[in-house]
Write a protein that binds this ligand. Structure first.
Ligand code: GLA
Length: 737
């Protein structure tokens, strides 16, 4: 492996590979100063030392050092109170009430094996080197260890921090950001993804304002309101142009990604635990570890930024066991029957599933003891004796006897007040004393920071999975947290509850995944309310949204694709009119919107399936035939206008190139449009099955392919047309010959 980390005698540190270089140094004062994050450099240690500002009229100088202020010095890990007024990476309080910390360089080392993060998921270190730099506040006895990992083959840098209390008194940790990135003054935009239930991953791009922009969550889940992903873009960046810096976290709870444009226009990006309503009491001798932050740089626009993320997430974050493993197609009972489900219906849907050629039946909500609607029974994980008299293991065996796989829905983190579990353990929920707990979807959140709750859930799930016939689990989580407090924690530690909850959840998932490595887990939280790299570390795919209307879903998949590969997404053909927005759309458009997701299927009732049996069978056959292609390939957003979307997906071996084109509203007399392919082999020949035309790669990339006409009424024969009407979709398949 090439040297990924270089260190000079004057303590300049460079982490670099073919994709980027990241350089910082220790100043005379002992401050870690950031020097460069951007494209690769032939001599990273020789990166220019840009002059500091010299006008010190408006800012104090650092601890009396002439001409040196932290207020405009780019730093690796800032604190507050010693001449820097920007939002700091670290802020804490000593037992004597003092909140001024000064973290100065102590030592460093390079390690070949990436250290795991205690109790937290993190990216796999194969093919990487890690630089560990320790900072020390000698007055307060706090040591901060910064960890930087660089891989030979990926454009991603991983960072985290640990805090060790070397003093003999408690230290309260308040800001414990995982990483801080100080970028030079420039003309930037912020790209972030916001939303709500059924409208996740809306992309917003705004000019970077003066002051502070924060994407965050205090809901207990990373949330659909703000996905934990923010990119800083050179103003005007496109899919193929501009410097872009992406930041995300391997974490699923309360987070903040803060972007601050300071008084001198330099930009600070902080990523980590949300400091709002957070306090961690660090006892003498104890260590606190932050979640992992990940950064990516692209000098060639958003497309390349996404490719860096996709390759890395697939190879180093998502479970290794399922890497490049084709996913089963499935029939999910939710939109087929909702709560009106029983053993006979599952078996008859299984028969239908076989007829239309899907691999797996997933029994969604409604199967457990007393669960007839969403008012009861979460927590009681035995099968309902009336509707599922044979029990889950026997039902799973019957489904499998038909040659299908069997999957099941659970929502382990929740309890309904109307349940045996709540009656027995009212103190097992997140709550604060003497306050009525707020309900969400009629349910309360179990306190997963408690070991007894984790054990109960492990045993409950073990009872279902140990039969050995469950191939897939959809792990749901349908409310955000309120009245967050734990009966198991002392008064001074109540603000640790949300993070301890996450540590408890991860501990439970660690146990389950280790016990059932073959089970395919799908992450869901009312759709995409916790769609992040923390959950993805355990669950190789996720239910990104409850929005199955294709036009709604296109925006969601397109937004999420900036960070996530489509390998980790599941999509199914739901009913039309759609149950969330009432839109009527064809089976074809419903399928094609999710065609490049690794996991595909249907969730339709028997009558709907019967009405479209031939077409559904055709698409499920297509899904079967292409499922090996839909893992590990390359995804490109090749067209996006208000009315149109085109996506290109190239199989991992580069042999098959799929392109889907969608328009929302039809129109008369529309202009002739083209789409320009990307990433093809310029001199290779590609055969288009429908038109029987052979194109060269360079022709498809430089001259483009004519898109089908919107309306057959206005074109001569021989020209491809979209199916008529609104919400229409077209699929091109090119094979390299
Ligand atoms: C959530 C999920 C749905 C479905 C229901 C069941 O809303 O996102 O897919 O599983 O719960 O209650």
């Amino acid at each position: 492996m090439p040297d990924l980390i270089q260190i000079s005698d004057d303590l300049t540190f460079a982490l670099s590979n073919a994709h980027f270089a990241y350089v910082f140094r220790v100043s005379q004062e002992g401050v870690l100063e950031h020097l460069h994050y951007g494209g690769p450099l032939s001599d990273p240690l020789g990166v220019p030392r840009h002059p500091r500002r010299m006008n010190r009229h408006v800012v104090p100088t650092f601890q009396g050092t002439p001409y040196y202020s932290l207020s405009d010095t780019p730093q690796e890990y800032s604190s507050f109170g010693t001449s820097d007024y920007r939002f700091p990476a670290f802020h804490g309080q000593n037992a004597d009430g003092n909140t001024v910390f000064s973290l100065l360089y102590e030592t460093h080392e390079i390690v070949e094996v990436k250290p795991p993060l205690h109790g937290l998921p993190s990216s796999r270190g194969d093919g990487s080197q890690t630089l560990i730099v320790t900072l020390h506040d000698r007055l307060h006895g706090l040591r901060v260890t910064l960890s930087y990992t660089v891989w030979a083959d990926y454009g991603v840098l991983a960072r985290s921090a640990t805090f060790e209390n070397l003093s003999d008194h408690d230290i309260d940790l308040r800001h414990v950001f995982s990483s801080a990135l100080d970028l030079p003054a420039d003309d930037y935009e912020i790209q972030h993804f916001h939303g709500t239930w059924s409208r996740e991953f809306n992309e917003e791009r705004i000019a970077l304002p003066q002051g502070r922009f924060v994407a965050d969550s205090a809901r207990g889940t990373s949330s659909s309101a703000h996905n934990p992903y923010v990119a800083i873009l050179q103003a005007g960046a496109t899919e193929s142009f501009g410097r872009c810096y992406g930041t995300t976290l391997v974490y699923s709870g309360n987070f903040a990604i803060s972007v601050e444009k300071g008084e001198f226009d330099d930009v600070r990006v902080l990523a980590g635990l949300n400091p709002f309503n957070f306090n961690w009491r660090l006892k003498p001798g104890k260590i606190f570890t932050t979640p992992e932050a990940l950064h990516t740089f692209s000098g060639r626009g958003l497309g390349a930024l996404s490719h860096h993320w996709h390759d890395f997430i697939r190879d180093r974050v998502s479970p290794e066991r399922f890497r490049h493993v084709p996913r089963p197609t499935y029939l999910n009972t939710w939109e087929a029957a909702y709560f009106d489900i029983d053993e006979d219906k599952v078996l008859s849907l299984a028969e239908t599933a076989k007829q239309i050629g899907v691999d797996m039946v997933v029994l969604d909500d409604g199967w457990f003891d007393g669960r007839q609607d969403d008012t009861s029974s979460l927590g009681d994980w035995g099968a309902d004796p009336v509707r599922f008299p044979s029990g889950i293991p026997a039902l799973a065996a019957k489904v499998k006897a038909k040659g299908l796989k069997f999957g099941i829905w659970v929502e382990p983190e929740m309890v309904n007040p109307q349940s045996q579990l709540y009656a027995q353990h009212p103190d097992w929920i997140l709550h604060v004393p003497d306050r009525v707990p707020s309900l969400g979807r009629n349910q309360l959140t179990l306190d997963l920071s408690r070991a007894d709750v984790q054990d109960y859930l492990f045993d409950s799930l073990n009872a279902i999975l140990s039969c050995g016939d469950v191939d897939y689990v959809k792990w749901d989580m349908n409310r955000t947290m309120t009245e967050v407090g734990s009966a198991a924690l002392p008064r001074k530690r109540q603000q640790e509850t949300p993070h301890r909850y996450m540590l408890g959840l991860y501990a439970l998932l660690d146990r389950l995944v280790a016990s059932y490595p073959e089970v395919l887990f799908e992450n869901c939280a009312s759709g995409g309310n916790r769609f992040d790299l923390g959950m993805l570390s355990y669950m190789p795919q996720g239910w990104i949204s409850d929005m199955c209307d294709p036009i709604g879903r296109l925006a969601i998949i397109g937004g999420a694709s900036h960070l996530f590969p489509l390998d980790v997404m599941a999509a199914y053909i739901g009913p039309s009119p759609n149950h969330q927005n009432g839109r009527v759309s064809s089976v074809r458009t419903r399928f094609l919107a999710g065609a490049f997701c690794a996991a595909r299927g249907v969730s339709l009732g028997q009558a709907d399936i019967a009405a479209h049996q031939r077409e559904l069978s055709d698409w499920m056959r297509f899904a079967q035939d292409t499922k090996a292609d839909m893992v590990g390939g390359r995804f490109d957003r090749v067209k996006k206008t208000e009315n149109e979307v085109a996506w290109q997906y190239s199989s991992r071996d580069g042999q098959t190139i799929y392109l889907t084109y969608f328009h929302s509203l039809s129109g008369p007399n529309m202009p002739a449009r083209r789409v320009y392919y990307v990433g093809l082999e310029p001199t290779a020949a590609y055969h288009h099955a429908d038109s029987k035309v052979i194109y060269r790669g360079d022709a498809l990339m430089q001259s483009g392919l004519p898109l089908p006409r919107v309306s057959a009424r206005e074109v001569a024969s021989g020209v491809q047309c979209m199916p008529e009407g609104d919400f229409s979709a077209y699929l091109f398949v090119l094979r390299r010959i």
